[in-house]
Design a protein around this ligand. Structure first.
Ligand code: CO
Length: 303
């Protein structure tokens, strides 16, 4: 996992200045014509996995509104890290404004005169998509006439203090529950080592009360693990909520859907009455504010 101060990239000032100083001594008039005299221009890039579900878009809209309120004078751009989602959107909604990859969005910002960019990672945890975003930022910072500095924020769940704050915010944001009713969160899950974040979230939820259970579609813990814990703790009802930035395809089909392997019918067949809530993490004010905090830290680290 990357610390915010190391996640960004900048050229080493001492090394890059040596040739410049030599040139200044030897031929000052030649340098003045070719030096980088561009004024600094800072921008924000919101980088999300992306969604092709129109109803899920509201989560991104909400986050964008919060970021605009916090940083009213900083121009804001979007990128979707999922090529699959970008291609699907281009096909289904050719009239909508084009969505760019982080590499394309950063390149366009460089061409538009930006010199410094704070990238807000709207990913849930530091997995494959997040590290791809960091590598892209590293590759595009410090190019001639390009971006001088690009820093990527930590995702929502990165450090222990992030997990602790998010557990509190998510538990409080969830709808009021009846006695004997658990809150079951559906995370995506990943083959990336960052999958451990889900089990760590369970730890933080357990410290607040034993009524929130975390499972994943593709990682650990599984739905079977969640069901075993529901039984062990004596719950007969559950509110189902996605532990994902938006309530997209997984939330609608794999959590709240009617197909055989969807969480709602599986849990109901096991005697747990389910109430699905189709709201992504970014739709809860208190959680969205944690993302804005990650961005603020990154903005402050820009030089
Ligand atoms: Co998926």
């Amino acid at each position: 996992m990357l610390h915010p101060h190391t996640a960004g990239v900048r050229c080493t000032p001492l090394l890059s200045c040596v040739p410049l100083i030599l040139l200044l001594l030897l031929a000052p008039q030649a340098v003045s014509a070719h030096g980088d005299a561009r004024p600094d221009k800072t921008g924000i890039l919101l980088a999300a996995f992306g969604t092709s579900v129109p109803e899920a878009q509201s989560a991104y809209d909400k986050l964008e509104a919060l970021v605009r309120r916090e940083f009213p004078d900083v121009p804001l751009h979007w990128a979707y890290t999922s090529g699959m989602v970008r291609r699907k959107l281009a096909q289904e909604r050719p009239e909508a404004p084009e969505l760019f990859s982080p590499a394309a969005a950063l390149t366009r910002m460089a061409d538009a005169g930006f010199t410094h960019v704070a990238v807000l990672s709207l990913h849930v945890l530091p997995g494959e998509e997040y590290h791809g975003l960091v590598r892209t930022a590293q590759a595009l910072a410090g190019l001639p006439k390009g971006l001088k500095q690009v820093r990527v924020s930590l995702p929502l769940l990165a450090r222990s203090e992030d997990l602790e704050a998010a557990a509190k915010a998510i538990r409080e944001a969830a709808p009021q529950r009846a006695p004997g009713e658990a809150l079951v969160l559906m995370g995506h899950g990943t083959h990336h080592p960052a999958d451990v974040v889900y089990a760590a979230m369970q730890y933080h939820f357990d410290r607040l009360g034993k009524d929130v259970l975390v499972g994943t579609v593709e990682g650990f813990p599984s739905l079977d693990d969640v069901l075993a814990l529901l039984r062990e703790r004596g719950f007969t009802k559950a509110t189902l909520m996605p532990l994902m930035t938006v309530a997209g395809d997984h939330a609608r089909n794999d959590m709240a859907g009617d197909e055989d392997d969807s969480w709602k019918p599986v849990l109901e067949a096991a005697g747990i009455g389910c109430t699905p809530v189709l709201a992504g993490l970014a739709e809860h004010d208190a959680v969205a504010r944690l993302w804005v905090e990650q961005l603020r830290t990154t903005m402050q680290a820009l030089e």
